[in-house]
Design a protein around this ligand. Sequence first.
Ligand code: FES
Ligand code: FES
Length: 173
Amino acid sequence: MSAASSPAPIARAGVMLRVNGAEHAVPAAPEARLLYVLRNDLALNGPKFGCGLGECGACTVLIDGQAARSCVMPIAGLHGRAVTTLEGLGTADAPGPVQRAFIDAQAAQCGYCLNGMIMTTEALLRRNPEPTEREIRDALKYTLCRCGTHIEILAAVRLAVQYWRDAEGDRHR
Ligand code: FES
Ligand code: FES
């Protein structure tokens, strides 16, 4: 076969994703997992790779406000849905209430699990701004911390409840 008749390279199908309020055409296959697209194509490194099996929660993002494990989520089904990552909750200068609570409570040892803890807490407070201790523990029980920092993390979540309430009060003032 001559060079002139060589088949053109197959273009990779692009998928439109709405992430942190911005639209992105990502050059990834529909079956690509969201975590890899966020980190490798969009340089959003808040979500972490832990187990890659949907079991540890390190990769948690919000999909339409609900916590979801991005390491096992194909991007194909996400057209028109709102993806929020840790970066979408605030900035270093203006962290969101949950981020600020985790900073103030110093709820980290290595910090690798904190993306999952913060995103899971954010999802909890969006649906239930005044959770009981039982509801907090139930929401976080499948988000794993290898360093055993659970006591500090629970303290951070309680502080986040308070900061969330304060932020709601400011919004209605
Ligand atoms: S990396 Fe996704 S659940 Fe562990
Ligand atoms: S602080 Fe290290 S895994 Fe949670």
